[in-house]
Design a protein around this ligand. Structure first.
Ligand code: CDP
Ligand code: CDP
Length: 212
């Protein structure tokens, strides 16, 4: 059983995917981390995100990146990730890793941008998690502040909008709701409410009760 969770930056898809994995006792992969690992490798080599060739070379470094490295979460790395993820060769280089994870006999939860559309088009349950850009910018800012950083809401909002435009506008696997995905708008939901709604939607899809 595969659960696909897609959506834009800071929509809450990671939080929801982790909670679904716990609830349904499935392993979870945050596929954004793969693109962030490529971006961090490129950044540390001083590579140019405008070069598809250099970005592809950085894919070789993914396995060496420490998944707990706090730099992976930084805004600059997120922004580079959204640029290099537009290259078809980079997406192709990361495809097997994701499909392999999704094919585990236990089933799996994957979250990203193209899980329901490209990586696992036949997933049992698909969620497209969204929230208004303003709400998402506020969430991102709260995270930044929580990590001891500072930023202006307007700048975070500009970055969120730029990332939305890049992720949705690219030719290769653009961010889009799969036709058979359930839409979950978390703009006015607390984390607990969003998680409960996600569990209900997935349970309906897989024919289980929301309690387990
Ligand atoms: O956490 P946030 O939503 O800000 O970003 P992320 O999920 O860590 O992804 C960072 C960037 O990687 C995104 O802006 C996408 O451009 C790219 N990405 C992608 O293209 N496909 C995926 N399956 C996951 C991420
Ligand atoms: O993975 P993605 O970038 O879509 O978002 P996230 O990392 O799961 O969530 C971004 C932030 O929004 C986290 O700090 C969450 O606690 C918060 N949040 C949420 O995820 N869902 C809500 N309904 C409200 C807040």
């Amino acid at each position: 059983m595969v659960i696909a969770v897609d959506g834009p930056a800071a929509s809450g898809k990671g939080t929801i995917a982790r909670a679904l994995a716990r609830h349904f006792d499935l392993p979870h992969m945050d596929t954004g981390m793969l693109y962030r690992a490529v971006a961090l490798t490129l950044f540390r080599f001083g590579g140019d995100p405008a070069s598809a060739f250099e970005a592809l070379r950085a894919c070789d470094g993914v396995a060496q990146v420490d998944p707990t490295d706090p730099d992976l979460r930084s805004e600059i790395v997120g922004s580079i990730a959204s640029r290099i993820s537009a290259y078809p060769d980079v997406r192709a280089a990361l495809l097997d890793r994701q499909r392999h994870f999704a094919s585990r006999s236990s089933g799996a939860v994957l979250d990203g941008r193209d899980i329901g559309t490209v990586i696992v088009p036949d997933a049992r349950a698909k969620l497209f998690v969204t929230a208004s850009p303003e709400v998402r910018a506020q969430r991102r800012l709260a995270e930044l502040v929580g990590r001891g950083g500072t930023a202006h809401l307007e700048d975070v909002l500009i970055d969120i909008r730029a990332r939305d435009a890049r992720d949705s506008g690219r030719a290769a696997a653009p961010l889009a709701q799969a036709v058979d995905a359930d839409l979950l708008d978390t703009s006015d939901l607390s984390v607990d409410e969003a998680v409960a709604a996600a569990i209900r939607l997935v349970a309906q899809r897989i024919g289980a009760t929301a309690n387990g």
